[in-house]
Design a protein around this ligand. Structure first.
Ligand code: CTP
Ligand SMILES: C[C@](O)(CO)[C@H](O)COP(=O)(O)O
Length: 218
């Protein structure tokens, strides 16, 4: 994305991106406690400008993030109590999660151990080789795009993260680590609106989704 402001604090609908996700998690009956992993330099800002003024009372801890997303999740997991059975992980840069996604993915994790929100592929998928030439077309029917939230039995997730850290295995989502540790991970259908704000154009799309939701709420 570039720019001096970390992406999760950029404004969307007049509020920092992370506030949108926190609102849904704060309101969800399925969520008891929220642990925020943020850059160390932003920990005080998060508490004084986001958590306290918005009364996000479920935020019990703010922990320093790590070099990569996986490190940030591992740091947060160190603060999760042994009494917790299910851990839900969500990207701050996905502002459009819904209560339906949270409750369904938590229920699926309770029933089966691990579940993620994901979306079936809608485009035709090409495997492209050298010189930008297509090598083959992949059957898209079994392909799903992983989103967050993702929910796991705490013991599976903690063990998978510890093993990955010890063996220097890196993944772009937590489901991968739990799969790699040998556990089944189910999918719950997500939504095309549950975008990850990655590139500048995603903020434009995000503003449009936010505006549409505002008018449908009226
Ligand atoms: N060290 C990091 C890096 C990322 N994240 C979180 O992981 C999610 C996705 O990471 P991000 O850096 O946004 O990934 P990309 O969208 O791939 O970003 P980019 O291509 O700009 O690196 C975000 O909610 C971000 O806050 C994190 O917790 N700790
Ligand atoms: C977890 C995730 O959002 C699922 O799509 C994604 O893998 C995060 O990847 P990123 O490269 O760290 O944004």
């Amino acid at each position: 994305m570039g720019g001096p402001v970390p992406k999760q604090f950029l404004a969307l609908g007049g509020q920092p991106l992370v506030v949108h996700a926190l609102r849904v998690l704060q309101a969800s009956p399925a969520v008891d406690e929220i642990i925020l992993a943020v850059p160390q330099s932003e920990m005080d800002y998060c508490l004084s400008h986001l958590v306290t003024p918005h009364r996000f009372t479920k935020v019990t801890k703010i922990v320093p993030g790590g070099a990569e997303r996986q490190d940030s999740v591992r740091h947060a997991l160190e603060e999760v109590g042994d009494e917790t059975d299910i851990v839900l992980i969500h990207d701050a840069v996905r502002p459009f999660l819904t209560e339906r996604m949270v409750s369904e993915v938590v229920a699926a994790a309770r029933a089966k151990g691990a579940a993620i929100v994901a979306l079936p592929m809608k485009d035709t998928v090409k495997h492209v080789g050298a010189d930008h030439v297509i090598e083959r077309t992949i059957d898209r029917r079994p392909l799903w795009l992983a989103q967050t939230p993702q929910a796991f039995r705490r013991d599976w997730l903690v063990a998978a993260h510890r093993k990955a850290h010890a063996e220097r295995v890196h993944a772009t989502d937590d489901a991968y680590l739990v799969e790699w540790a040998g556990h089944p991970v189910s999918v719950v259908e997500g939504s095309g609106e549950n975008i990850k704000v990655t590139r500048p154009e995603d903020l434009i799309i995000g503003e449009a989704i936010w505006a549409a939701r505002q008018s449908s709420d009226r």
